[in-house]
Design a protein around this ligand. Structure first.
Ligand SMILES: [Zn+2]
Length: 333
């Protein structure tokens, strides 16, 4: 309990003598007026450190700091606890890397002091490291701009899932890249309404399609064929993801489609195969045929989800086909 008040003023909770309302030490018994509160804060802060919740622990220590008189040894002890947490929050010792980097290091050290920046780096380091590993694979194979384009396109695809999952209130994690393979967003999808899952699944190919349009826009502005190639591959990757098998986006989206909608996807993808000569369309058709046969139809299919599925198959198929046709036309071998 903190110092308590009465109609006549504030009393020391330890000895009961009358004290100033802002007194941190009782002038009579010389004990801390907030002793109980301080004990509680310290206990909680240590628990939080043990649980690895350093930021929350730090806030508890800072709160304790405000209840301690400036010249007390307890205050210095709390300051030491805060420094320990700060060291753990920025694991690389500031001194040695600031020296190595010179003035740049000093600037970086100043930026790092803002805990929000630090937190961003800590919580997003998995994304950043995995994205660079992913990029490095394509850089080594096809060069810098191709690597940037493909990494950016895959990133946008995953952000589609992430943002849609967040929109529905799920605690989604930021994308993780699997170098040479792809990427994924982790979220708790078990037991979720198939229509909601389908929307989160389809948001990926939708954002992926937009990334292809952006690449095509860059091609229009600078005329470099690499961006046409990126637009083509973006469309292709997203069409691939719409095949309703394995863990592809198409598989969970198809779960929300009723019999008629699946027949529509089947017909559209067969027609697209004949128009575009794109083999992925045949795979979409075969896998959709299998899902028709499986009869895992939803209880209450929503038409909007079916339309979105079909629109995305068409959009990504045509994007890939269109970019490839234009590349053949403009840059014949
Ligand atoms: Zn996806």
């Amino acid at each position: 309990m903190a110092a308590y008040s009465s109609p006549h003023g504030i009393y020391c909770p330890n000895c009961g003598s009358s004290i100033d309302s802002d007194a941190l030490i009782c002038p009579n018994c010389k004990r801390f007026t907030h002793a109980t509160e301080l004990d509680n804060l310290a206990t909680r802060a240590r628990q939080l450190v043990a649980m690895g919740q350093l930021q929350a622990a730090r806030e508890h220590w800072v709160a304790a700091l405000n209840l301690l008189p400036s010249e007390s040894s307890q205050r210095r002890a709390v300051e030491r606890e805060i420094r320990k947490i700060d060291d753990r929050l920025s694991p690389s010792s500031k001194k040695d890397w600031t020296k190595r980097l010179g003035p740049l290091g000093v600037a970086l050290a100043a930026i790092i002091k803002y805990k929000t920046v630090l937190l961003v780096l800590l919580t997003k380091s998995k994304l950043i490291i995995s994205a660079f590993a992913f990029l490095a694979v394509y850089w080594a194979l096809y060069g810098w701009w191709f690597a940037v384009g493909i990494t950016g396109s895959v990133f946008l695809h995953e952000m589609g899932h992430y943002l849609m999952a967040r929109r529905f209130g799920f605690a989604a994690e930021l994308p993780m890249f699997l170098p040479g393979l792809g990427a994924y967003v982790k979220w708790q999808g078990a037991g979720v309404d198939p229509n909601v899952r389908a929307q989160i699944s389809l948001a990926g190919p939708f954002f992926g399609f937009l990334s292809g349009l952006i690449a095509y826009g860059i091609f229009l502005s600078n005329g470099k064929p690499i961006w046409l190639a990126i637009a083509q591959i973006a469309g292709w990757i997203n069409l691939l993801n719409l095949i309703p098998v394995f863990i592809f986006d198409g598989a969970s989206a198809m779960t929300a489609l009723g019999r008629q909608a699946r027949i529509a996807v089947l017909v559209v993808s067969i027609a697209m195969f004949f128009v575009l000569q794109e083999f992925l369309c045949i795979f979409v058709a075969i896998a959709t045929g299998f899902r028709l046969y499986k009869r895992d139809f939803p209880a209450n299919p929503k038409q909007g989800v079916a339309y979105a599925f079909i629109a995305l198959v068409i959009a990504n198929g045509f994007l890939s086909w269109f970019a490839l046709s234009q590349a053949r036309l403009l840059f014949p071998r």
